[in-house]
Design a protein around this ligand. Structure first.
Ligand code: ATP
Length: 330
């Protein structure tokens, strides 16, 4: 039996993790879930939103499935997501965005992989109040982190038969920081003559993505642009309810949906569990449970193709009804 850390999160987190656990179990995969809580509710009991036990659990088990965790704004705590990624050195945030069968969207054949640097940039959390009317956030870009994420993107492209990597920056304005990211990508690109390499500015990239997403294959971005552009890409394939993600480092991997904790629909049984399920499928592939991963994916696709959908996709199925429909097709 494999032990995997399960971070249940808050908002819609518990609802969608329950769905994932039920479906993985129904697919016959024997997982011993090491359940860990984090986020706003934990602060009252343990004083911090991300207690050490959570990090220790992932270090021990190497792999985690995580649902969204909200860090209360302005309470002096670092974001749980940012801290987790930093403490475990999960330097690559991988967000594949591919059309799902049965989910009607503006464009067909969208198949984009967003590779987002996950440890620095404006998310390094270095901020200060200069005076009452001025605040300052520092954008950190290092050669080491930029080269290793570029290496990750090109290795991913080779392994997954991708043809084109776009590096996305604002190097015309942030000449030093984004300039260094761009320079690092150019250097790594030279080692991969079989992969086409293009450079694009982030504003133009956003416009091109909504006009003609089919021209893109792998996108390589620093942390902040990666966060924003991956939500844009989620919008191209049906929204946050279907967008999967993974945080990968040399030693550990944490699989999680792109979306946040969606407080507006929390506790209403309305959440779409597809995003966490697609993330869990990648997790199963990662731990070698490839046949179960394939079966779950087919059951999700069959369900969506039968026009069984949650509210975010224009359907009327609750999270639990949608989950049961998937299980009945496994
Ligand atoms: P964060 O900054 O934490 O990523 P966010 O600002 O991107 O969060 P979300 O919590 O992801 O916000 O929610 C954005 C919108 O998408 C909300 O209207 C929410 O209800 C919807 N949404 C997000 N996830 C899902 C889901 N799994 N199913 C249905 N709707 C969702």
């Amino acid at each position: 039996m494999t032990t995997i850390t399960l971070i249940k999160g808050d908002g819609i987190g518990p609802e969608i993790t329950d769905a994932a656990v039920k479906i993985i179990s129904a697919a016959g995969v024997d997982i011993d879930w090491d359940i860990q809580t984090a986020g706003a509710d934990v602060i009252e009991k343990e004083g911090v939103p991300l207690p050490d036990r959570v990090i220790e659990s992932v270090k021990k088990n190497k792999v985690a499935l995580k649902s969204p965790v909200t860090t209360p704004i302005g309470k002096g705590f670092r974001s749980v997501n940012v801290q987790l990624r930093k403490d475990l050195d999960l330097y690559a945030n991988l967000r594949p965005c591919c059309n799902l069968p049965g989910v009607k969207t503006r464009y067909d054949n969208v198949d984009i992989v967003v590779v987002r640097e996950n440890t620095e940039d404006l998310y390094a959390g270095i901020e200060r109040q200069v005076d009452e009317d001025t605040a300052e956030s520092i954008k950190i870009i290092t050669r080491e982190a930029s080269e290793r994420i570029a290496q990750f993107a090109f290795d991913y492209a080779v392994k997954n038969n991708r043809k084109l990597v776009h590096v996305v920056t604002k190097a015309n304005i942030c000449k030093l920081s984004d300039g260094l990211f761009l320079e690092s990508a150019r250097k790594i690109a030279q080692k991969y003559p079989q992969i086409q390499f293009k450079e694009i500015l982030v504003d133009n990239c956003c416009m091109q993505l909504v006009q003609n997403p089919n021209q893109f294959d792998v996108l390589l971005l620093p942390n902040l642009y990666g966060d924003i552009v991956s939500d844009l890409c989620a919008g191209l394939i049906g929204g946050l309810g279907v967008a999967q993600g993974a945080n990968i480092g040399k030693e550990y991997a944490v699989f999680e949906p792109v979306h946040g904790s969606a407080p507006d629909i929390a506790g209403q049984n309305k959440a779409n569990p597809t995003a966490i399920l697609m993330s869990a499928i990648e997790m199963l592939n990662f731990i070698g449970e490839k046949s179960a991963a394939e079966r779950i994916k087919k059951a999700i696709f069959d369900t969506l193709n039968s026009d069984i959908k949650t509210f975010d996709l224009g359907g009327s199925y609750t999270c639990t009804e949608f989950t049961d429909e998937i299980i009945s097709r496994l």
